[in-house]
Design a binder for this molecule. Sequence first.
Ligand SMILES: Cc1cc2nc3c(=O)[nH]c(=O)nc-3n(C[C@H](O)[C@H](O)[C@H](O)COP(=O)(O)OP(=O)(O)OC[C@H]3O[C@@H](n4cnc5c(N)ncnc54)[C@H](O)[C@@H]3O)c2cc1C
Length: 371
Amino acid sequence: MASHDATDPQRRVIIIGAGVAGSLAARRLAESGIQVTMLDPALPFPLDPERRGALYMKPAVDYNPETRLAHQAFLAAPEFYTRLQTEHPEIDFWSGTGTLSLAWNEREQQRQEKLLARNQWNPEFLEPVDSDRASLLSGLELGVPGLWFPGGGHIRVDALRQAALSHPLIRVITAVADGGRIQPDTDFWRLALPEGGTLEASTLVVATGAATNEWAPNLPLGRIRGQLTTLPATSAAPKVALAGAGYALPPFHGRVCVGATFDRDSGLGTPDAPSDRANIENLGHWLPALAGQLEENHDPGHWVGFRSTTPDHMPVAGHLNDRFVLAGLGGKGLMYAPLLAEHLTALISGSPSPLPADAAQRVSPLRFFKS
Ligand SMILES: Cc1cc2nc3c(=O)[nH]c(=O)nc-3n(C[C@H](O)[C@H](O)[C@H](O)COP(=O)(O)OP(=O)(O)OC[C@H]3O[C@@H](n4cnc5c(N)ncnc54)[C@H](O)[C@@H]3O)c2cc1C
């Protein structure tokens, strides 16, 4: 284990935001012997069983830089989640069931055929399956083929955050970070502690998801509302994570999860019934075998959040002026967060990054400021 000096501000990082990205970054930094102080008003969070997500990806037909990064991230994620789950068996967050991406309409079928014709994929990463095998894997009568990602799965997001933050070098403070609480000094960032006194840290990481523009006002980030819906499971429930024009996740505590809406023009921070209806209606288009069962039910659960988005669809991880930024993970935070947490830790600690140099440039916040 790396030795550390708890009083040395050089080995201390403040992270604002204990979402998926901030929590995983905190974990990787702590694992490298760095003291982390984490601020989020929602800590210690009540675990919300409704907040769930899929580990999924949609490779482009041509192996472009975005797909290359997603491929690397998708390989790193199950390894990270399996290790973290093994270290915290008391917090059940990871189900490595695999993810099946359905060729649910003709267009998607043609896209998947092209993707297979133009690329060689290792079957441990991606394997085409016919409709019989897809039905066998999923436990549903699908009637369509698909792409099988054995490394995929589904995640209880709040439980993941809790497991990640359970490390002796991570301190969590339940507070909103603002300019009154955190200030730059000549050499260090100063954080006013709730019990009085200040803490000095060499590094500040902003990981505030869709609120990141408060701390990095010039970044061209967007925000898109999303709502997912959970419903009581019937006998026709998926056994693996399914992706199509949305996703459907196996039962947890007797409820399946379907999602999620993309509400570009809505700032509504609470769940609403039209979003639940939209999720179920959308499911009818791409997964009728499940939708037909669920429509009978009228007891929806839900979770609402805002995705942080970028104009080039690439996430943001790197140095910007006097701080580090980790944001813009869009609708794929569960895939990107483990790899980007590793990258950020490497940048901060001076160790080698897992990202090739061109990928590091593509995710750097500085890419938006080049002429
Ligand atoms: C409905 C929905 C479904 C989704 N489904 C999936 C899925 O299936 N798979 C997937 O990979 N991704 C999914 N996503 C996307 C995923 O949730 C995001 O990519 C991920 O949450 C991004 O993580 P983050 O840490 O950057 O942001 P967040 O998870 O949003 O976390 C940001 C944190 O910062 C805190 N914060 C903000 N401002 C401050 C401040 N001033 N001081 C202190 N703390 C602050 C907030 O309280 C929050 O905890 C979904 C998103 C939505 C909305």
